[in-house]
Ligand binder design. Structure first.
Ligand code: ZN
Length: 197
């Protein structure tokens, strides 16, 4: 069984930026690293409301642009992209619940320090993550590994799907399988697929 709490320890940062600068950043207390350069790459992407995945060295980064803000989260390679997506999806909801962001940003001389206290929401979210019921762990029989592999999917991804079963590519250990998930989160089929890019 996949231990989500343990998996979340692989998180390296959560960042909220405007096009110009970071307005909020969370890092685990042990971390002194800077991810500014990695995040500048995220900013080059103009598409809104689409999750982008990036592998960079030992980092996995997910980012999404929503309105005037870019939300991103990074982890080491132990984490699955869907878990990172679920985290920033929730971060964007909580952030906009807590702050009238557009209103605050419209002040010319606002200080980003105004958002520092959002760290409390992040810590709460991470410590109660399993209870928030945002993800589902589905065991996928991989014909290459010959074992059941735990696949993390965002519940919103399955619930908001246009049709079922929903296809999802699960890349791990240098190969990829295409899994079909129905609306009850049951596996309806698994195929080995080739990868390029
Ligand atoms: Zn496999």
């Amino acid at each position: 069984m996949l231990n989500i709490k343990k998996t979340l320890e692989n998180l390296e940062f959560i960042n909220i930026s405007t096009y110009e600068f970071t307005i909020f950043e969370w890092k685990p207390s042990r971390s002194y690293k800077s991810y500014i350069l990695d995040l500048n790459i995220c900013k080059q992407n103009p598409m809104s409301d689409i999750f982008f995945h990036m592998n960079k060295g030992n980092l996995k980064i997910v980012h999404i642009r929503k309105g005037n803000l870019i939300y991103s989260a990074g982890s080491n390679i132990e984490m699955q992209f869907q878990l990172l997506e679920a985290i920033i999806e929730q971060v964007s909801i909580e952030f906009n619940k807590k702050y009238a962001v557009d209103y605050i940003l419209s002040y010319e001389n606002f200080s980003p320090g105004i958002f520092n206290k959002f760290e409390v929401e992040i810590e709460n979210m991470l410590s109660n993550f399993e209870g928030m019921d945002l993800i589902k762990v589905i065991n996928i029989p991989c014909m290459v590994c010959n074992v059941l592999k735990p696949l993390i999917v965002k519940k919103s991804f399955i619930k908001n799907a246009g049709s079922y079963p929903v296809p999802i590519v699960y890349t791990h250990d240098g190969h990829a399988i295409l899994c079909f998930i129905d609306k009850n989160f049951d596996v309806r089929g698994v195929e080995l697929v080739h990868i390029t890019g």
